[in-house]
Design a protein around this ligand. Sequence first.
Ligand code: ADP
Ligand code: NI
Length: 206
Amino acid sequence: MEIMTQLESLKKIVKQKLKTNDPAHDFEHIMRVYRNAERICKTESGNKKLVLSAVLLHDIIKNKNQKNSAQKSAKLAEKILKDNNFSSNEIDIISCAIRDHSYSKGRIPSTIEGKILQDADRLDAIGAIGIARAFSFSGSNKRPFYDPKDPFSKNRNLNDNKWALDHFFKKLLTLEGKMNTKTGKSLAKRRTKILKNFLKEIKNEI
Ligand code: ADP
Ligand code: NI
């Protein structure tokens, strides 16, 4: 029972803090990752309370152009967890998971809780929702969908700071191979097929 109360109060804090109009990183991102993590916890070991707390706080600080947002989120998470009566051992595990989850850092989390958080977050970058997020992210930076001269980068280097479609090849299609858990990997496999179908279709349409 106490677990539910602690998670519910974290959820309230996060919802309040993440009143953003960035659809790629709003409270709904957190809730999708939460459901992914619940799904993974059914078949993997790992302390569910710690996993779900880490999920709720993993993007608590996320500003555009801000490097080290995982590090900063981990720091703020420590304070919030202390205020909510988590033990220091629990706080350590949760804040390490948050610090290590970020894609750009390229770390493999050392605990199973961190591995599940990273897998659950990565799942939200692929599949149908991943397609929506990639174009939303790119659009909010005023970038075109693709390079009209060479949409599939046959004769140029990938540049996902310029073209949304390049992000699929640069990052999204590689995620399946980087999943930590067996369950995460099998969920990623299905979502990667959706990406590949999308790429096939868009090739015909443009
Ligand atoms: P997270 O680790 O929470 O997935 P990111 O900030 O790396 O966060 O990315 C947020 C979303 O935007 C993800 O779905 C990601 O695939 C997408 N994204 C990140 N960088 C790019 C980019 N250069 N072009 C298109 N989409 C991007
Ligand atoms: Ni995230």
